[in-house]
Design a protein around this ligand. Structure first.
Ligand SMILES: Cc1ncc(COP(=O)(O)O)c(C=O)c1O
Length: 418
């Protein structure tokens, strides 16, 4: 039987406006350098699963226990995704249905907390995520959130403060993991603190899950009761989320994802997650993860040589946070100047930032995309000098753009098999 899948020619005929959006976006990523630390380029196989007729199927429930008929085929996709995730991360239980990292966190909290309960998590201005207790997010409204941060001198997590706050406030959940923290999180210390106060430990490794999959940084799985993650960042899968947990809380986590937080799972995305987990199980993925970190070091070290100070003095991961105050340029202005030079990055608050979040004193840069494009440390040194030139000498933007296009001649995404 012939397969039926995406037909771009048909889209151009039926909806030229949206077809043009797709073309322009591809053009945008091919025409510049993407340094957004939370983005990546999925493989063509992941894209094929995403663009499939599995999007049509309602499958509320879990494999073998659905509330709709006709789920026997999509059940196979979810079972594969679950078993591959468990194998990849050595987890006792996996839930692959969360639509996003935020949904995964909502479900994890729902599994472990009641409204009004106390949780301890990293402050947003110090690198935590909105879903870790920000007042503008459900997490900050529904729970009593105590925030820990990084030390002013080292810009590293202050584990003494975490322990002191945990002892004083007796949280039911301690959250570790961050969105803009370049260093490794010591899950073992967090586990000890959680045990000391009888709290659950939730590791939100949305950013670093791909590095854990590649075995290049220590995994949170042996330490945390619940691990939430995204599939679209360094892991290089489809946009989505997931949860790994111990057998002890497995049933609570599953009930929290469905029916508490979500309805029908996105079966095309679940199938695409299975593809991504399968790709991450191959030895090449470990090479990729190693390269992502080596590239981040090269980028970070060269930026430092250019007078752009890395917060905490460097990076152990896929990202660096850069303090621009010595250059007298705000994060927002640096983001604009880089955009003009076809380099995409994001402004980011730095710890103890004197500027408001819309302005910031820093930028965040990451290497998952450029590494997928095949760049290595030498190219990343060149990328760093281009970022520095774009930020410091905006009147030389034409030259930077020219050098960016030279780099991209052999490193464009989606020109050949990734
Ligand atoms: C630590 C952390 N948790 C959760 C999320 C939320 O993921 P999503 O954007 O898929 O909801 C992010 C996204 O950047 C993140 O960095």
């Amino acid at each position: 039987m012939p397969y039926y899948g995406p037909d771009f020619g048909l889209l151009q005929q039926r909806d030229p406006e949206i077809a043009q959006v797709l073309l322009d976006e591809l053009d945008r990523v091919r025409g510049g350098i993407q340094l957004i630390a939370s983005e990546n380029f999925t493989s063509p196989a992941v894209l094929a699963a995403l663009g499939s007729t599995l999007t049509n199927k309602y499958a509320e429930g879990y494999p073998g226990r659905r509330y709709y008929g006709g789920c026997e085929v999509v059940d196979r996709a979810e079972r594969l995704a679950i078993s591959r995730a468990k194998e990849l991360f050595g987890a006792e239980h996996a839930n692959v249905q969360p639509h996003s990292g935020a949904s995964a966190n909502l479900a994890a909290y729902a599994a472990l907390l009641q409204p009004g309960d106390t949780m301890l998590a990293m402050a947003l201005p110090h690198g935590g995520h909105l879903t870790h207790g920000s007042k503008v997010n459900f997490s900050g409204k529904w729970f009593d959130v105590i925030a820990y941060g990084v030390r002013r001198d080292t810009e590293l997590i202050d584990y003494d403060e975490v322990r002191a706050l945990a002892l004083r406030h007796r949280p039911k959940v301690i959250v570790c993991g961050a969105t803009a923290y370049p260093r490794l999180v010591n899950f073992s210390i967090f586990r000890d603190i959680a045990d000391e106060v009888g709290a659950w430990l939730l590791a939100d490794v949305a950013h670093t899950i791909g590095l854990m999959a590649g075995g290049v940084i220590p995994s949170a799985v042996p330490y945390a009761d619940v691990v939430t993650f995204t599939t679209h960042k360094a892991l290089r899968g489809p946009r989505g989320g997931g949860i790994l947990c111990t057998r002890e809380v497995a049933a609570r986590v599953d009930r929290a994802v469905f029916p508490f937080v979500q309805g029908g799972p996105l079966m095309h995305a679940v199938a695409a997650k299975a593809v991504a987990f399968g790709e991450a199980l191959r030895p090449e993925f470990a090479d990729y993860a190693r390269q992502v970190v080596a590239n981040a070091r090269a980028l970070c070290d060269t930026l430092a040589e250019e007078g752009m100070r890395p917060v905490s003095g460097g990076t152990d991961s896929h990202l660096a946070l850069i303090d621009l105050r010595a250059l007298g340029v705000t994060g927002a202005e640096a983001e604009r100047r880089c955009a003009a030079a076809a380099i995409t990055l994001n402004r980011n608050v730095i710890p103890y930032d004197p500027e408001p979040p819309a302005v910031t004193s820093g930028v965040r840069v990451g290497t998952p995309c450029v590494t997928t494009q095949g760049m290595g440390p030498e190219e990343l040194k060149e990328v760093a000098t281009l970022v520095a030139q774009a930020v410091r000498y905006p009147d030389t933007v034409a030259e930077v753009r020219r050098r960016v296009s030279e780099l991209l001649v052999i490193h464009q995404p989606y020109l050949s098999e990734l």
